[in-house]
Structure formats: C-alpha cells, structure tokens
Design a protein around this ligand. Structure first.
Ligand SMILES: Cc1cc2nc3c(=O)[nH]c(=O)nc-3n(C[C@H](O)[C@H](O)[C@H](O)COP(=O)(O)O)c2cc1C
Length: 216
C-alpha cells in the first residue's frame, strides 16, 4: 500500500481476531516506528509490552471509570476533560470492548516519555502545556502506521494517563516519566478505512488564523 493511501485510510480498530501477533512481528513494528521524529532527536519514548494478565486487568480496571466519566460527559453534551470546560455530569457506566476483552487483545503497549529529554517550549504558559507531547505522539502514530504495513490495526488511547499515579506502580513507570498512551494492536476484525475528517479549508487560513480560507 502506498504512503498516501495509508495516511488516508488508517482508522482505529478496537476489536481483533484471535490470531496472535508473534513477538517478531511486534519487534518489526517497533523497529519501523523508532524512526519517528522527536525534539533534538532525543527519542524520549519507552515501551512496555504488557503480557501479564494481572497487569492488563489492573489497567482495564483503572481505565473503565475514566471511560465512564468520559461517556457521562458526552451524554450530557459536554466535551470531557477539555481545557476551560467544567463538566458536572455523573459517570455513565458503559461497556468498552477493549477493556472488557483486554486479556484477548493480541498486543497491549504502555508508552511512556522521559520528561527530562523533552523541551517543553510552552511549559510556562498559563494554559496546559502541549508541545512536549509532540516528541512522543509521532512515535505512537508511527506504531499504528507500521502495524498497518504488517497487516495489523489498532488504536492509541490515553485514558490511563488520568490514573497515572496508580498505573505508575503497576507498570513500574520510571521516575520523571509520563505515561502518554496505551496502544492496542492485533489483526482487526474490521479495518475502518473510510475516515471522517474535516476538509482542508475548514482548518486552514492565509497569514493568520483569522485570515481568509486557504484553497488551491
Ligand atoms: C491522542 C489520542 C487519544 C485517543 N484516545 C482514545 C481513547 O482513550 N479511547 C479510544 O477508544 N480511542 C481513542 N483514540 C482514537 C480516536 O477516538 C480516533 O482516532 C478518532 O475517533 C477517529 O476515529 P478513526 O480513526 O476510526 O477515524 C485516541 C486517539 C488519539 C490520537
């Protein structure tokens, strides 16, 4: 598959066939993904391949209430966990196939980043910092793209970061590291390739963000 098609058609997969993913395939995926860019080429990522059923179950137990909180906010018409938006909605207990079947997901990766290796350019802004993530999320996305090249699919999730303190002890998160993602991979039951995304003119303007719409 050519790069342009891959970029335009790599949707999330959250349910997987029972086929196991050999360690050699996962190693090959990570070996491709490691070429992702990072600030100063510091490559601040660490990956834990979570095979232990006990650790996976604990992860799911930590993520489920966050999912319920998210769904409760959505049901009340709010954008959950967004900056500057307070949400006063009760959690809505909602099944989540990834978490319900976490023991059956072929690959579960916990991804962390060493904060000492990241230039957080907006670390002093009076809003939540954003720039640091740019040194690790391209790597996460490269994992999904590389997985696709190996016939796999999956999804990046972040809900475990809301329980980082508890997850840290379960996963042995090193000091000065942030837990940035949990990535689920496997042979997708269905590979979503028809992605819904806004058109370029909906988010691109000339000169300034309040400029005229950019179009070819
Ligand atoms: C930073 C990030 C966080 C995400 N967190 C979650 C998550 O916690 N749970 C989940 O099911 N999907 C998660 N996703 C996947 C998005 O929901 C998905 O990319 C989006 O809905 C578009 O769907 P599509 O890729 O199938 O087109 C996340 C994606 C990104 C990039």
């Amino acid at each position: 598959m050519d790069l342009q098609t891959t970029l335009r058609s790599t949707g999330s997969a959250r349910t997987f066939r029972p086929d196991p993913v050999p360690d050699a395939t996962l190693a090959a995926v990570l070996d491709d993904a490691r070429f992702a860019p990072s600030g100063g080429n510091k490559q601040p990522w660490r990956v834990a391949v979570v095979k232990s059923a006990e650790i996976r179950r604990t992860m799911a137990d930590l993520m489920q209430p966050v999912w319920d909180e998210y769904m409760g906010a959505q049901a009340a018409g709010h954008r959950a966990f967004a900056f500057g938006r307070s949400v006063d909605a009760p959690p809505l207990p909602t099944p989540n196939p990834l978490l319900d079947h976490i023991l059956d997901v072929p690959v579960v990766l916990a991804v962390a980043a060493d904060l000492r290796d990241i230039a957080i350019m907006d670390g002093n802004a009076d809003r939540p910092p954003m720039v640091g993530g740019a040194s690790v999320y391209p790597f996460c996305w490269s994992i999904l793209l590389a997985a696709r090249a190996h016939g796999l699919g999956g999804v990046i999730t972040t809900f475990l970061s809301r329980r980082e303190a508890q997850a840290a002890s379960v996963l042995g998160l090193p000091e000065h590291h942030a837990l940035v993602a949990t990535i689920f991979l496997g042979v997708p039951e269905h590979q979503n390739t028809r992605l819904k995304r806004r058109p370029v003119e909906a988010f691109t303007t000339v000169d300034r963000f309040d400029g005229t719409p950019f179009s070819a």
